[in-house]
Design a protein. Structure first.
Length: 472
């Protein structure tokens, strides 16, 4: 199995140990435990975060009980340290010459003229854009191929990104010069994410409608208050170098939003693409957890009905912080599973901007296949802006959510379940009061009708807390 099959590549070692143990159990005819191992493997394929302990696995991964948690702890203790490429290749000669169009040849051609190191997710786009003459497919097991090239000092790997060594550069130039003239690839100087399309010059004509659309572009809005280690001029210059259109706006929720800007006649209309990104450095997230801003932001983003993405930049907090890395991880797990937010982790601000560029390109590719009726069915940016404003009716829900979270025994999941059913405390009070007048059984039925995201009822302690708050 390739690493790319996993939701988180860092769990590949645990997955490998599960596979080995599963086969051993099958030979021993222990079908039940072998089946359990397979179920845990399937859960790991979808799990988006690294497993840091057996206890965490037991809490978050389906199928992991006490015995499996103990096994995982022992595996993590014995997990080998990742080998780093030799810092000095010396004068040894590498008698290595990968065949034309082989997976190794493709990787070397992709790295040949990169101005910066490449991550694995960059390779498919370089292949499709710069090596299209060869009609190549993405190499299977790309991680294994790159690891092999690193072991023989053809390339190096640092922080998940790859670049050619001096020996690798000589070999890549040699392979490039030996390409058949009629098939020589058009390798331009490549900066990661330069495959992003120039949306400012792209035109889109919808043949299914009676006209009205001349062209469209995807525009990234950056919150005017976004100044965490990057000011707007830095964000703008770096993203515009990747052909991304960037504008500064006052955003009520999140730090980044995207719109589809459509030209209709002589005017332009911005349609909201319903993605909101909240960016946090580890230190800022730690501080927002301390002062409760984290709770407030999550509830307001959830109430917007947008696809919410929490982007954590780095994972190391200052030693002086009252919140450690473990608390950061637990907060993200809670955000993922209780609020159903998407979680993205980047290494630094540069990696964040690369991801924003790639995401913008993905949106462009998606929207380019839409009909005019689908685009026009979206909310306009002005409508979304007004809807998420703290100055409109949403404020009642915001305040109600804060009040609920202040009650003992009311966790995140219960709060979200209540807010989904009752938009205001008055509506909840009236329904509970009406049910109480009809009897204890009816009141219990109404309270049990408040369902968590997994379909379960809220707990008895939570029900009692609500009765105490609203009816006593």
């Amino acid at each position: 199995m390739s690493k790319s099959k996993l939701g988180c590549e860092e769990n590949s070692y645990i997955y490998y140990k599960l596979e080995s143990l599963k086969r051993a159990l099958q030979k021993q005819n222990n079908d039940q435990k072998a089946s359990n191992a397979k179920r845990i493997q399937q859960a790991l394929e979808k799990f988006p975060l690294p497993i840091i302990s057996g206890k965490a696995a037991a809490l978050l991964v389906q199928g992991v009980g006490p015995w499996w948690a103990s096994e995982i702890d022992s595996w993590l203790k014995d997990k080998p340290v990742k080998r780093k490429a030799s810092p000095q290749p010396g004068n040894k000669k590498i008698s290595y010459n990968p065949p034309f169009r082989s997976p190794e040849w493709v990787c070397l051609m992709c790295l040949n003229k990169s101005e910066e190191s490449l991550a694995t997710y960059d390779f498919p786009y370089i292949i499709s854009k710069y090596l299209s003459d060869y009609k190549l497919e993405e190499p299977q097991n790309l991680d294994i191929i790159l690891q092999h090239l690193a072991e023989i000092d053809i390339i190096k790997e640092e922080n998940g990104k790859y670049f050619l060594t001096e020996i690798g550069k000589s070999l890549a130039l040699k392979l490039h010069s030996e390409c058949p003239t009629v098939q020589k690839p058009l390798l331009e100087s490549f900066i990661p994410d330069s495959w992003i399309k120039n949306t400012s010059s792209q035109e889109f004509y919808d043949q299914e409608t009676d006209g009205g659309i001349d062209d469209f572009s995807i525009v990234l809005f950056v919150d005017s208050a976004e100044r965490q280690s990057m000011d707007f001029n830095v964000i703008c210059s770096r993203l515009e170098n990747r052909n991304v259109i960037v504008e500064r706006r006052k955003l009520w929720i999140g730090d980044y939003q995207w719109v589809c800007r459509v030209k209709i006649g002589k005017k332009y209309q911005d349609y909201m693409l319903n993605y909101v990104v909240e960016r946090k450095t580890a230190d800022d997230l730690a501080q927002s957890i301390i002062d409760s801003r984290y709770e407030d932001q999550k509830i307001r983003m959830k109430m917007s009905n947008a696809v919410c993405i929490y982007l954590l930049e780095g994972t190391i907090v200052k030693k002086s912080s009252k919140v450690n890395s473990s608390t950061i991880l637990n907060s993200l797990l809670s955000t993922k599973f209780n609020y159903n937010f998407l979680i993205k982790n980047t290494a630094d601000s540069k990696d964040t901007l690369n991801w924003l560029a790639r995401f913008t390109n993905a949106l462009f590719n998606e929207v380019s296949s839409w009909s005019y009726s689908k685009i026009s069915s979206l909310s306009t940016y002005e409508e979304f802006y007004d809807f998420t404003s703290p100055h409109n009716g949403v404020t009642v829900g915001d305040i109600f959510g804060k009040q609920l979270r202040a009650i003992e025994n009311l966790g995140e999941q219960s709060t979200l379940a209540i807010l989904k059913k009752y938009k205001t405390p008055m509506k909840m009070f009236l329904e509970l009061k009406n049910a109480q007048d009809k009897g204890k059984r009816e009141l219990n039925r109404v309270l049990k009708s408040i369902k968590l995201a997994n379909g379960n009822c809220i707990s008895k302690n939570t029900r009692n807390a609500l009765i105490e708050l609203f009816l006593n």
